[in-house]
Design a protein around this ligand. Structure first.
Ligand code: GAL
Length: 442
């Protein structure tokens, strides 16, 4: 039985009683890959996807760990399913050799391939989706050689509407409640309500069960935008679960999502990860500082890192961010499942929910870095200094109190900053982030 943790799995590998444990470690660590949506929207075809796969290799991204090449919305014939087999039909103009043709070429490159559907009757762009056809679609995906399914939340018929509404601050019934409350919700759930019994959870469980019944291991990535309190049931249902509405390549949106996701870090561990949406590194008019703060926060939160920019035109400086070795090694830690946590908010008092100023000071243990990951972030619109005080950092506190210094390395430059006593202060440009490994005491 693959679905739930069995006694054969060492206890140290468990994140919780209900993790979705799959063969060969699939979904144990947060996914690394590329996806069509942020790069191309609906304007996709086999050649763009194969270009991305080839560039993943040419640019050294595969060697850095990126493995999934994922097809998002708009891959099928829009008018409907095959009348006889009831299968979704790949669009032959976009995919002359079908999805299986693309999949086998991607597999030949040593990479894996992902696809997209929705837990409704239509995808968000209006293509046939899988509600009521979970088994048939899971079988098609398995037959085509699919390794990853992103499962969206559009096209939900009224008889599948939840009894209650759950508050997602940036995205409740299309409205934003930036202060983290949902004052206008007319039908909130009673406090004891178990959202794992909601219709939304059932829609996602139906596809989980279909995927578990086919003869192929397919990573399951839920995309219900944080609705139906997915943090209660996401880890038992999929390997990652979206926590917010859609990202766009705008600083204010990226940081709003980071703030929201930062409050869910207790739910992230082996086999199950909150997903603050795919990367916008390389897109829009983000500054270099904003690109690297986005990436460092996503890596520290152990979010799936799914690149969303056209790889054949990516700038060297953006590629360097995506290939940052220490951050990827923290993210892919085989021994420590938990992400970094905020240890201090900085700009705001601790635990403040602020879409423009998320927690600025983060730390997390690592089995691979030879020390603790420490991030210091400047969420303000002008250059500021930030100081990491060793005695404030949970991983360092005990020995810091005895007056130890630590060997510090700058993660962006690789520079050895020597033996640093008590604290480390940096000047940061607006929206920049310092990333350090705080290593051996000295
Ligand atoms: C949204 C989803 C996006 C993208 C889009 C495709 O609901 O959050 O990531 O998949 O649909 O139409």
């Amino acid at each position: 039985m693959q679905r739930y943790v069995s006694l054969a799995v060492p206890l140290s590998l468990l994140s919780g009683a209900n993790a979705l444990v799959r063969p060969d470690g699939v979904g144990r660590l947060p996914a690394l890959g590329w996806n069509t949506w942020n790069a191309f929207g609906c304007d996709i075809d086999a050649s763009k996807i194969l270009t991305a796969a080839e560039e993943t290799i040419n640019l050294g991204l595969k060697d850095a760990g990126y493995e999934y090449i994922n097809i998002d919305d708009c891959w099928s014939v829009k008018s409907g399913r095959d009348p006889t087999t009831k299968r979704i039909i790949p669009d032959s103009a976009k995919f002359p050799d079908g999805i299986s043709g693309v999949a086998s070429k991607i597999h030949d490159l040593g990479l894996k391939v992902g696809i997209y559907s929705s837990a409704g009757t239509e995808t968000c762009a209006g293509y046939p989706a899988s509600l009521g056809y979970e088994k048939i679609d899971a079988e098609s995906f398995a037959e085509w050689g699919i390794d990853y399914l992103k499962y969206d939340n559009c096209g939900v018929p009224t008889n599948w509407t939840d009894t209650y509404t759950h508050c997602v601050p940036d995205n409740t019934n299309g409205s934003k409640f930036p202060n983290g409350t949902c004052p206008d919700i007319s039908n909130p759930a009673p406090t004891e309500y178990d959202w794992s019994s909601s219709k939304t959870a059932q829609r996602y469980e139906a596809m989980r069960d279909a995927l578990l019944s086919v003869n192929r291991t397919i990573l399951y990535s839920l995309c219900d935008w944080g609705q139906a309190d997915v943090n209660q049931w996401g880890n038992a249902t999929g390997n990652s679960w979206r926590t917010t509405g859609d990202i766009t390549p705008d600083w204010s949106r990226i940081i709003e999502i980071a703030n929201e996701n930062s409050f869910l870090m207790n739910y992230a561990d082996f086999w199950g990860y909150p997903d603050p949406d795919m990367l916008e590194v390389g897109n829009g008019n983000l500054t270099l500082e904003e690109n690297r703060a986005h990436f460092a926060l996503w890596a520290a939160m152990k979010s799936p890192l799914i690149i969303g920019t056209p790889l054949d035109s990516i700038k060297e400086e953006h590629l360097a961010i995506l290939k940052n070795k220490p951050l990827l090694s923290f993210h892919q830690d085989p021994v420590v499942g938990r992400p970094a946590y905020p240890y201090k908010w900085g700009y705001n008092p601790d635990w403040t929910f602020d879409p423009a100023h998320p927690a600025e000071y983060w730390s997390g243990p690592s089995s691979t870095l030879g020390g603790t990951l420490v991030l210091m972030f400047n969420s303000e619109d002008s250059a500021k200094s930030r100081t990491a005080v060793w005695a404030e950092i949970p991983e360092l506190r005990d020995s810091a109190e005895k007056g130890s210094g630590y060997r510090v390395t700058d993660i962006w430059t690789g520079e050895d900053l020597g033996c640093v006593k008590d604290q480390y202060r940096v000047e940061l440009q607006s929206h920049d982030i310092a990333a350090l490994v705080v290593g051996e005491s000295c």
